[in-house]
Ligand binder design. Structure first.
Ligand code: IPM
Ligand code: MG
Length: 359
């Protein structure tokens, strides 16, 4: 039996609630298949860590993450900490984990579950069969570029600065991930940039084109981000793999999630060159519904499935979870975010219960 050392970082808002359920599902799989034994170490990050220790990510928590086989993260942030300096905001924990673990490739799969088609705000004809993988660059771009900050000007006003920067190496490695992923899918990569205005993404376009020569079997399409935002809604089926910068990926993946009915459905995997990896839902901490037991745990549960597959090669165990989620949705169980008339509304816990029953 394989021992898996997993670092569990529930974070803030709905983070702890959905994490608890995802772990319950993982334990149920563990018991059923007996193919692995998960050794969990939990620690506070984000606002939870700020409240107790004054910093969003303690060094020993970062070390714990680094020495684990995989990291599971719930969500960080909330209005309580919004006034703080950027260097100690909850989000810093997440950004530092991504950067320090070298997790430059963020895979955000969006597929439509047939029973959820009517939960989307888009028409059935538009979204039926949609299956998109957003490959978001995660450790570069405007999120990390310097100079950055807010400075005071002599006239008493202020100036806010962020810098969009990409190097050839950074673009090459994320492009390779995208082409490799596309090879195992429908062999199409759409690279999203703003090359008509931003030099950094003109370089992005050139490098992606260069890398594409190594993948003659994969079709490459370049698209400006404004057009992409429109095309994703107009005709989402044209997309297979979307590869893009850190910030565009942040935005486009939220947009793509709405095709699936709710942002509460999308898991993600953040991977690096080494074996390190972090798994987290793409949604945030949803402070407005936190503590009410109504959050959708499926993105977190599906993130556990991604972990079992990508970090541990436990394909069958991952499938088991994904099939159970599908079955649960097919039986009509819905958290409020994906509810539609004629289905059965359930809370966070009961949704996980139903998934466990269906394993
Ligand atoms: C995401 C989130 C984060 C991001 C925030 C919480 C820092 O929106 O994972 O998409 O912007 O990357
Ligand atoms: Mg986001």
């Amino acid at each position: 039996m394989r021992k898996l050392k997993i670092c569990v970082l529930p974070g803030d808002g709905i983070g702890p609630e959905i994490m608890e359920e995802a772990i319950r599902v993982m334990r149920a799989v563990e018991k059923k298949t007996r193919r692995f034994q998960a050794e969990l170490k939990e620690a506070p990050v984000g606002g939870a860590s700020i409240d107790r220790y004054g910093v969003p990510l303690r060094d020993d928590v970062l070390e714990l993450a680094k020495s684990s086989d995989a990291v599971l993260l719930g969500a960080v942030g909330g209005p309580r900490w919004e006034g703080l300096d950027y260097s100690v905001r909850p989000e810093r924990a997440l950004l530092a984990l991504r950067k320090e673990l070298g997790l430059f490739a963020n895979l955000r799969p969006a597929r439509i579950y047939t029973p959820l088609i009517d939960a989307s705000t888009l028409k059935r004809e538009v979204i039926e069969g949609v299956d998109i993988m957003v490959v978001r660059e995660l450790t570069g771009g405007i999120y990390f570029g310097t100079p950055r900050g807010i400075e005071s000007l002599p006239d008493g006003t202020q100036r806010g600065v962020n810098t969009l920067v990409y190097t050839t190496t950074e673009v090459e490695r994320i492009a390779r991930v995208a082409f490799e992923v596309a090879r195992k899918r429908r062999k199409k990569v759409t690279s999203v940039d703003k090359a008509n205005v931003l030099e950094a993404t003109e370089l992005w376009r050139r490098v992606v084109t260069e890398v594409s020569r190594e993948y003659p079997d994969v079709e490459l399409v370049h698209m400006y981000v404004d057009n992409c935002a429109m095309q994703v809604i107009r005709d989402p089926r044209q997309f297979d793999v979307i590869v893009t910068t850190n910030m565009f990926g942040d935005i486009i993946s939220d947009e793509v999630s709405m095709l699936t009915g709710s942002i509460g459905m999308l898991p993600s995997a953040s991977l690096g060159d080494n074996r390190r990896a972090m798994y987290e839902p793409i949604h945030g901490s949803a402070p407005d519904i936190a503590g009410r037991g109504v959050a959708n745990p499926l993105a977190m549960i599906l993130s556990v499935a991604m972990m079992l597959r990508h970090s541990f090669g436990l394909d069958e165990d991952a499938r088991m979870i994904e099939n159970a989620v599908e079955k649960t949705l097919a039986s009509g169980y819905r958290t409020p975010d994906i509810y539609s008339p004629g289905t059965t509304k359930v809370g966070t816990k009961e949704m996980a219960d139903r998934v466990i029953e269906n394993l």
